[in-house]
Write a protein that binds this ligand. Structure first.
Ligand code: URA
Length: 229
């Protein structure tokens, strides 16, 4: 073939042979204080996509059986340059209506945990395994999670947080370890593409099982330690 090979042609070819991600070197995260974690947008090096680009692509997604039932695509919320990212399961009714993750009772409990380590919801980034509400608030099916996971992975790559905290068994199993068990694995560091990941309980579970909240507190202490807060 004559002529120049464009970046788009290379990307299309890589996608065709099953490669949709080429790792880039991890950006250097300096320890900063909670107040220094500004919500300002981080500069995006050439070749890396922004959250807005991913959000735009998702807006019209028809990738799984959840799309006909959704009111909104619940993309994610928070600081695009967050040092700490949370991953939940999927939007509930209120989240579907408002288009924002963790805005109901479970979200209020999550906000309290975040405040406990000196951060606010605006400092961190919050997303879910699936972006559309599963009917009746059931857990996402494996096919739904598989269809949506590439978007979450791209969000993580765009943000490159210092640490990720998965909330509940579903997030642990779909993002980190399909054989994971939250009661056994919470509080133990795992990894996603070199980023430390700490599984803890889902706040909705804690609302029903208050006595286990001390375990979440110790997990958040580990997060604070990792972030040097
Ligand atoms: N539970 C989740 O896992 N995610 C939300 O966004 C809300 C509740």
């Amino acid at each position: 073939m004559k002529g120049r090979v464009s970046a788009e042609m290379v990307a299309a070819y890589l996608r065709e042979i099953g490669i949709d991600y080429i790792p880039v070197p991890r950006r250097d995260h300096q320890p900063v204080s909670a107040t220094a974690a500004s919500p300002a947008k981080r500069e995006c090096p050439p070749g890396e996509e922004t959250l807005e680009e991913i959000r735009n692509e998702l807006a019209s997604c028809r990738g799984c059986a959840l799309c006909p039932g959704r009111k909104t695509v619940v993309f994610g919320v928070g600081n695009p340059g967050a040092r700490l990212m949370f991953v939940g399961e999927g939007p509930g009714e209120e989240e579907d209506r408002k288009g924002e993750p963790f805005v109901g009772a479970a979200g209020r409990r999550l906000n309290q945990w975040i405040a406990r380590i000196g951060l606010s919801r605006d400092d961190v980034y919050i997303a879910n395994i699936v972006k559309c509400r599963p009917p009746g608030n059931r857990a996402p099916l494996p096919a739904e999670a598989a269809a949506c996971l590439p978007f979450l992975e791209r969000q993580i790559r765009a943000i490159r947080p210092v640490a990720i905290c998965t909330l509940g068994g579903v997030a642990l199993q779909f993002l980190i370890d399909s054989a994971g068990k939250i009661t056994r694995d919470r509080g133990k560091w795992r990894e996603f593409e070199g980023i430390p990941v700490l599984p803890t309980y889902h706040p909705a579970y804690i609302l029903r099982n208050q006595t286990r909240e001390t375990e979440v507190f110790s997990d958040f202490d580990l997060l604070a330690e990792r972030l040097r807060l």
